[in-house]
Design a protein around this ligand. Structure first.
Ligand SMILES: C[S@@+](CC[C@H](N)C(=O)[O-])C[C@H]1O[C@@H](n2cnc3c(N)ncnc32)[C@H](O)[C@@H]1O
Length: 253
């Protein structure tokens, strides 16, 4: 992809999420970042339990823009360091902060200043001291080498125009034996014209890779045990299949 196109996509994504959080409207109620299955709140739609939803500020639950609940597929322990790629309003960072406790930390990275601001407000309201929201791009993470136990992400890597760089960066920052667990969108048989449309890129469709390419890109970055843990069909239009997948991978010890 040309560098001009990369910049245009990134700017459109940033503007889209800045607008979304400013107009105080959930992704699920307006655009297609997450399965639109019923009339419950965004967080309920995305698979969080009632106990999880009631343990965080309402604003963080209402601004859940993901396509799953990645922590459900982890075994995060007290003292661990968790990094959430594209942390949005902070839902997964706040939930991770409860698991890692005071001796651990939960770090969110997001490139949209408005999202970082909202996430910091939510962390303050939650009284979470072991969280840190960092403004930055997941293609060049503001995180040190080999310093992280878990990388999680929820419906974000599909928005990146350079997914291979994201997986290389995830590999760099993880400790040996550290794990990547992501919820994301994949799409098979997408026509070429949709793949280049910025309007559907921002809503997690155009940038979604075919599943085999997505898994291949993770392996190419050096990860082992790359597995699809679960998959939910999201839309089927003729030969085009869009799905939400939960994927796990390990950095060799
Ligand atoms: C669909 S929302 C998901 C937010 C959050 N993970 C959740 O589940 O609510 C996508 C988020 O990723 C951020 N984002 C998209 N591309 C990014 C990139 N390349 N680097 C950093 N953040 C990015 C956006 O600013 C937005 O907050």
């Amino acid at each position: 992809m040309k560098s001009q196109d990369v910049k245009q996509i990134q700017e459109s994504v940033r503007q889209h999420y800045a607008d979304l959080v400013k107009i105080d409207e959930s992704c699920c109620s307006s655009v297609t970042c997450c399965p639109d299955t019923d009339t419950n709140s965004s967080a309920e739609k995305n698979g969080y339990t009632d106990a999880q939803i009631s343990s965080i500020p309402t604003d963080a639950a209402e601004h859940s823009f993901g396509c799953g609940n990645p922590l459900e597929y982890t075994d995060v322990q007290e003292g661990d360091v968790v990094v959430d790629l594209g942390s949005g309003a902070g839902i997964d960072v706040l939930l991770a902060s409860q698991l890692v406790g005071e001796s651990g930390s939960a770090i969110g990275i997001d490139m949209t200043p408005e999202m970082i601001e909202k996430a910091r407000q939510n962390a303050e309201e939650a009284g979470a001291k072991n969280v840190d929201f960092r403004l930055g791009e997941i293609e060049s993470m503001p995180v040190g080498d080999g310093s992280v136990d878990w990388i999680i992400s929820n419906c974000v890597i599909c928005l990146s125009p350079d997914k291979h760089k994201v997986f290389e960066e995830a590999f760099r920052v993880l400790k040996p034996g550290g794990k990547l667990v992501v919820s994301d969108m994949v799409a098979n048989n997408m026509p070429g014209w949709v793949r280049t449309a910025v309007s559907t890129w921002v809503s997690c469709i155009s940038g979604a890779l075919p599943e085999d390419q997505y898994l291949g890109s993770i392996r190419q970055a050096g990860f082992e045990d790359v597995q699809v843990l679960s998959k939910s069909a999201y839309a089927k239009m003729g030969p085009v299949e869009v799905a939400s997948v939960k994927v796990a991978a390990v950095k060799p010890a």
